[in-house]
Design a protein around this ligand. Structure first.
Ligand code: F0G
Length: 465
């Protein structure tokens, strides 16, 4: 029999209580947090969809690994296991442990970057861009044009525009290109996958121009699922083989292990070139730690080595991608405008379309974030004009291209009934959407304002009257 229901391919051995709250309590909590869900206490949240990063539930085997972690300063057994697991995946010769993704980014982009350098990606994740720009270099995003249309169906909406890539390298001069970076899956572009063909094409262009090609690989297992499912010629390959092939075309990678290595903290840098690896190892030792632990404990490295294998288990990956799609497709069928097709780690809601009556300078995405919290204690994040908006000379908002809300799903944490609860909440969101009012910014810092800005609700016209 072929079942329609996707069951979690695990049993629960240890539980973490959720602290439940009433709508009345949440009104108070949200007011105290100035309508910014980053400022809520986690105990005030029922379902936490803020991020899929560092929020995975570890397996019994990983917890077992934690107990045998070797905390030696140098040459730790746990490091040797982590190094072997990363080498097996990437095929790269030099592996540098770091405490998380952005530490790997700071090291490699600090080394490759600097004034006059250009980095080109499908989409640089915020911290990647920040590390590149901090070095004085520029970061250009050139995903395929289809990636900007939330409703458009395309199997590999995370692909980079290869023609533009070739042109851009010629225009800028190959010697000025710091690196080409493929982000898999493309987080900022909706968690959309990149095809193997696109990876091969990028590799060929980089080889032709003698430019370094790196993978931002924090969701590479999820990306491998989409390749096996959607790209011809991969039906009989394992997910791990697909990921290994992807790495085979690259010169190096940076990984935030907080995603597809199923750990709460960790990361690495992998490289083929000795000269670059030596320079990066120096920087690693100055800022992260000795070369056999980076910023990690032995127990972290032990869990990471196990997680990197577990993530390629077909029952896990199938459950992971299908359960994200289950939520996204249900919302789509109900008439909630979602970014299509559904990506690997998150569902993205098009708040501009949902709340077409709220102007962009009243932040429809933040309005939805607040509604989801008030109605059900669901914590999400706005990826729109609160996060990326800028002001012109007259102080008018220059809005972001899209007003999205991300429901990022932690790995192995929530069950089907949690997801049904979220779906039920959206029924109410749709029913009450015309009464939902916009949001204004009351106070904001100069940089990365979404983390700490203070908001308030704009009074509805009926209230003013
Ligand atoms: N690259 C990508 C594609 C990411 O999504 C992230 C983190 C990083 C790099 C940085 O890794 O957090 O370990 O330093 N993304 C998280 C998110 C924060 O919520 O999407 P880090």
């Amino acid at each position: 029999m072929k079942h329609k229901v996707i069951i979690e391919p695990f049993k629960i051995k240890m539980v973490e209580p959720i602290s439940m709250s009433s709508e009345k309590e949440r009104i108070k909590y949200l007011k105290q947090a100035n309508y910014n869900t980053f400022l809520l206490k986690s105990d005030e949240v029922i379902i936490d969809f803020l991020t899929d990063s560092g929020t995975s539930a570890m397996s019994a085997e990983q917890w077992g690994g934690v107990m045998i972690g070797d905390e030696s300063y140098a040459g730790s057994r746990s490091w040797l296991k982590m190094e072997a697991a990363v080498k097996n995946l990437t095929g790269h010769k030099y592996i540098l442990p770091t405490h998380q993704g952005r530490a790997a980014e700071r090291i490699i982009y600090g080394y490759l970057g600097g004034n006059g350098k250009t980095f080109i990606s499908n989409t640089h994740f915020d911290t990647t861009r920040a590390n590149i720009e901090f070095s004085g270099a520029e970061a250009l995003d050139i995903a395929i044009p289809e990636s900007n249309d939330p409703a458009l169906i395309h199997p590999f909406k995370g692909n980079i525009d290869v023609e533009r890539l070739d042109k851009l390298i010629k225009e800028k001069g190959a010697e000025n290109i710091g690196a080409v970076i493929l982000t898999v899956t493309n987080n900022s572009g909706g968690g959309q996958p990149v095809s193997m063909k696109n990876t091969r094409d990028v590799s060929a262009i980089c080889k032709k121009h003698n430019v370094l090609f790196l993978l931002d690989c924090c969701r590479v297992a999820e990306n491998a699922y989409f390749i096996k499912d959607r790209e011809e010629g991969f039906e009989n390959k394992t997910y791990e083989e697909i990921a290994q092939e992807m790495f085979s075309y690259t010169d190096g990678s940076a990984m935030s292990a907080k995603k597809d290595a199923l750990v709460n903290m960790g990361g690495f840098l992998s490289l083929r070139d000795k000269k670059i690896a030596d320079a990066c190892t120096n920087l690693l030792i100055i800022t992260e730690g000795f070369a056999t632990y980076g910023g990690l404990s032995g127990r972290d490295m032990e869990a990471l080595a196990i997680g990197l294998k577990e993530v390629f288990d077909p029952s896990y990956l199938e459950y992971r991608i299908k359960s994200t799609a289950y939520l996204g497709n249900k919302l789509h069928e109900m008439g909630v405008p979602v970014m299509m097709p559904i990506g690997g780690h998150a569902v993205y809601i098009d708040a501009k379309k949902l709340y077409s009556h709220i102007p962009v300078n009243q932040y429809p995405g933040q309005a939805l974030v607040c509604e989801l919290y008030l109605k059900a204690g669901i914590r999400t994040v706005e990826i729109g004009s609160v996060m990326f908006g800028k002001y012109d000379k007259n102080g008018e908002l220059i809005p972001a291209p899209m007003e999205l809300v991300r429901l990022a799903i932690p790995r192995r944490v929530y069950t089907q009934s949690h997801i049904e609860y979220v779906i039920e909440t959206f029924e109410e969101i749709l029913k009450t959407k015309d009464q939902t009012v916009g949001i204004k910014i009351v106070e904001e810092p100069e940089f990365l304002r979404h983390f700490t800005a203070k908001f308030d609700k704009v009074q509805s016209e009926s209230v003013i009257a």
